[in-house]
Design a protein around this ligand. Structure first.
Ligand SMILES: NC(=O)c1ccc[n+]([C@@H]2O[C@H](COP(=O)([O-])OP(=O)(O)OC[C@H]3O[C@@H](n4cnc5c(N)ncnc54)[C@H](OP(=O)(O)O)[C@@H]3O)[C@@H](O)[C@H]2O)c1
Length: 297
């Protein structure tokens, strides 16, 4: 049995933990801040998967494993380091299921000799109650096409999660970030769902955020179409009216928002690569201001 520890057993980490357990080949440990009492995943067809996974609440009680799945929000990464330092040894691979393009920069300094496997997450899931996860659509992950990526594809076989590898991970990660540069920031700042993009001026702002991210992505070596911004806004406009974004739900619930791994990452990469990012800088500043203690909605 391959030993896997999941740190961050929320919407995404819960889907991975239950999927890996269901293969029958993997011994899964859930590393949690307080007990969950099991997982219940409700699939899009209404069927449910119940998973009883050993839970550990104290990092002192875990030891080195072959794989760690890190699926906290990006801003929770540093706080998860007591888990990572106990779970990681020389051969450990840490699959980072987080949004953005800075998986290695954020996580590698916390790992010692263990290796980061970055992943693009296309899992649409929510967890309104701890341990209870609603899954929308077929879960997909994309990892780099290298030895670690190939091993992770093999690990997930039969888990119900489609994991593919790509030789152009830079493009895959930036394509997702370009989408995320617009949808989260705009819905969270306006506190409106996706139909907000039918407003022509909001659509224009969304296009500007995506186009800036695309220019940074191109400078970073990604290959994205020139009309990506139009494509993204058309896609957001076509989404069901009840659709929102995790940043919108987080803002409405008074929780911290993951804007720094999205718009903040575009700004940082733009500064490094000499690409101006005034729209992303502006929304980062606004999101930081509305996130400041005492300023929650
Ligand atoms: N959900 C989606 O549809 C989706 C889609 C694409 C990408 N993503 C990305 O996937 C990542 C995870 O998102 P998510 O939606 O799964 O978030 P989430 O539901 O908030 O789950 C995060 C989990 O991390 C746990 N956690 C935080 N700090 C911890 C610590 N120090 N030790 C142990 N556990 C800790 C939280 O536990 P508590 O219960 O104790 O708070 C929570 O269960 C994010 O980067 C997100 O942007 C999500």
């Amino acid at each position: 049995m391959t030993r896997v520890a999941v740190v961050g057993v929320g919407a995404v980490g819960g889907v991975l933990a239950a999927g890996l357990l269901s293969t029958g080949r993997v011994e899964v440990t859930a590393c949690v801040r307080s007990p969950l009492g099991g997982l219940r995943i409700t699939r899009p067809d209404g069927s449910a998967l119940e998973a009883s996974i050993p839970e550990v609440v104290d990092p002192a009680e875990v030891s080195t494993v072959e794989w760690v799945v890190l699926a906290t929000k990006a801003y929770q990464t540093a706080a998860a380091s007591p888990w990572l330092s106990r779970l990681c040894g020389e051969g450990t691979r840490v699959v980072v299921l987080q949004n953005g393009v800075e998986h290695r920069e954020r996580v590698a300094p916390l790992l010692g000799a263990a290796r980061v496997v970055p992943a693009v997450v296309e899992i649409s899931a929510e967890s309104r109650r701890r341990g209870h996860i609603r899954l929308f659509g077929r879960p997909r992950l994309t990892v780099p096409e290298d030895d670690d990526g190939a091993d992770f594809v093999a690990l997930c076989r039969g888990s119900g999660i489609d994991v593919t590898s790509t030789s152009d991970f830079v493009t895959a990660a930036w394509a997702k970030l370009c989408l995320n540069a617009a949808n989260g920031a705009v819905t969270a700042l306006t506190m409106q769902r996706m139909p907000v993009f039918t407003n022509p001026r909001i659509a224009q702002l969304g296009r500007a955020l995506v186009e800036e991210a695309r220019q940074v992505a191109t400078a970073a070596g990604a290959h994205l179409p020139d009309d990506l911004a139009d494509q993204v806004i058309a896609r957001l406009r076509a989404m069901p009216p009840e659709s929102g974004s995790s940043m919108l739900w987080d803002r409405l619930a008074g929780r911290e928002m993951e804007y720094d791994a999205r718009n903040g990452a575009v700004v940082r990469a733009g500064a490094r690569l000499g690409v101006p990012t005034p729209y992303n800088e502006t929304v980062t500043a606004l999101l930081e201001a509305v996130s400041a203690p005492g300023n929650a909605s």
